[in-house]
Design a protein around this ligand. Structure first.
Ligand code: PLP
Length: 378
């Protein structure tokens, strides 16, 4: 397995951990052998049941039972859909699916301290997996980060440091520090998507070794899109499936760089105005692997849609009234599905998976405000 610089074509051995190329660009991971049905280790109920196809020696696996999340039947706007409950992971979001693989890789290469800039689910996930791996961990967060998030990260023993300025300033501070501490950014280190590809394996296995027609995911940087493309792509090359599902990425209209590029029909970012969104997990104004994510969606026959704040709030309430208490970022995907059904892009008789990426439990204060929730007085 090699790191590949998609711009220069340079290969680097994964024997030495790196998060970027010599010229500072992002790296992808070379193609692996992928999975065959007989490779599944049924005795393990985590992403490591697919260890044979994961490019990390599993004797180094740092695992807390992540993955193997429920796939439930339900309906959305009167149409049958499948809900993939990715919020049922150790730290409350799908980030654990990628983090277990990325941290296991770093541990196998002798890394003992990691750095990341994230005030949200990625920071919580990395601090938990670093704790499980016995690594030291430093997380940089914006000074506006809310206390519950800082608490979850700090509780796992990470050194949490607030940085003045914008989200971009925090990212730049992390890159400056990366000369001292390994920058374990899930948006840069491609072993993260090596973990998220197991979403595709799981959907295939849980559907009786079939692929759904459509997979709808929230789209920020694109690790669910990349995971679907890599996982289903491997199954296709191995002859385990005969077609890719269509991949639909949902962005918040207030922060929609991928949507704008998709609409413009190009494979690079176009000038985009960004305003705050309640879907903070996908509020990514400058995603990393833009060419790859756009190509994955287009080649699958899917599309990228953008949803308004009001649409997100409506979907958040509707999901909760079905019992699915998720965070606004996850509700954005459901709002996207509403649009896709209304436009006829997704048909009622197709099999559609809606990926619910993060729990509402971390966001109760926000959710209460948005849905105007309160107890009734006697
Ligand atoms: C990080 C995150 C996303 C977005 O994932 P990307 O890889 O940035 O596309 C979606 N939902 C939740 C809950 C997240 O934490």
């Amino acid at each position: 397995m090699n790191f590949i610089d998609p711009v220069s074509g340079t290969h680097y051995s994964t024997g030495t951990p790196r998060w970027c190329s010599d010229s500072g660009g992002y790296l992808n991971l070379s193609q692996g052998a992928g999975l065959k049905r007989a490779d599944i280790d049924n005795s393990r109920h985590s992403v490591w049941r697919y260890a044979k196809a994961i490019a990390v020696d599993d004797k180094h696996a740092v695992t807390m039972g992540e993955g193997w999340t429920p796939l439930t039947c339900g309906d959305w706007n009167g149409v049958s859909v499948l809900f993939k409950l990715e919020f049922m992971m150790p730290t409350g979001s799908f980030k654990d699916r990628g983090m277990t693989v990325m941290v296991s890789y770093l541990k196998s290469r002798g890394i003992s301290e990691v750095l990341e800039d994230s005030s949200g689910n990625a920071g919580a996930s990395l601090s938990a997996y670093a704790a499980a791996a016995g690594m030291r961990c430093r997380i940089l967060v914006p000074e506006t980060a809310s206390y519950p998030k800082i608490a979850q990260i700090a509780a796992c023993g990470a050194d949490v440091v607030t940085i003045r300025g914008t989200r971009q300033d925090v990212a730049e501070a992390a890159i400056r520090l990366s000369s001292e501490i390994f920058y374990a950014s899930h948006n840069w280190v491609p072993f993260f998507a090596e973990g998220t590809k197991t979403l595709a394996y799981e959907l295939w296995e849980q559907l009786g070794f079939k692929v759904p027609d459509n997979v709808v995911v929230p789209l920020g940087y694109g690790s669910n899109v990349a995971g679907c493309e890599r996982g289903f792509g491997e199954l296709l090359r191995n002859g385990e499936i005969t077609k890719m599902p269509r991949i639909f990425g949902v962005q918040a209209a207030n922060c929609a760089p991928y949507y704008n590029a998709y609409q413009a029909g190009v494979d690079h970012l176009v000038p985009t105005t960004v305003t705050p969104t309640i879907a903070e997990g996908i509020a990514s104004s400058k995603p990393t692997r833009v060419v790859e994510a756009l190509k994955a969606v287009r080649n699958s026959g899917g599309s990228i849609v953008a949803v308004s704040e009001d649409e997100i709030i409506a979907a958040l309430g509707a999901l909760a009234r079905k019992g699915y208490y998720v965070e606004p970022t996850s509700a954005a995907a459901a709002a996207g599905l509403t649009q896709l059904l209304a436009s006829g892009a997704i048909k009622p008789d197709e099999s559609t998976v809606l990926v619910l990426t993060g729990t509402g439990l971390k966001a109760s204060e926000k959710i209460g405000e948005l849905l105007k929730l309160k107890a009734r007085e006697m």
